[in-house]
Design a protein around this ligand. Sequence first.
Ligand code: MN
Length: 209
Amino acid sequence: MPAPFTLAPLPWDEDALAPTISANTISFHYHKHHQTYVNTLNTLVEGTKFADMKLEEIVVATAKGSDPKEKLLFNNSGQVWNHDFYWRSLTPAKTEPSAKLDSAITAAFGSKDELIAKLADAGKTQFGSGWAWLVLKDGKLAIEKTPNAETPMAAGINCLLTVDVWEHAYYLDYQNARPKYLESVLGKILNWEFASENLDKQAVRAATE
Ligand code: MN
């Protein structure tokens, strides 16, 4: 859907991830941070060629822009997309990888525990704000980390899961203890069903191709 963009509904109740992530954190993160990215994006696209583009197309089209206005557009569209993807990467339900994802995990990492350890490491070592990702790259599962609003999706890489490591994602619950936040989230509330569905999807194609 092109502009105006709206804040996508959360896939669960705001208190559903507690105590791993409190309702207070979700409330600020979703209604303040995520909503502000949506509002700013709508202001930025107004009256421009980007107003007729889908969210993914804006992210791809502005990912390499050096123009300051395009950089701002990238930051805000990227953050809207990343947050939509983050909420769906989390669930209070007990989920397991599909058989297909399970074999891909064994092939790439040896075990799900090893995958989680590598994803935690990516999140811990992302200097400053950013994201840790499970992706499908060149036909194989891999872990990536990106700074700020950057997303592997912009490069046509198929994303399976993400974890937000901006301080606003964990500071109210864990203060500066990012490793503790990662340990809790990765061990308890990752949505392996969502990851399994994403494994079956085609990577988002670059709008400019
Ligand atoms: Mn965030």
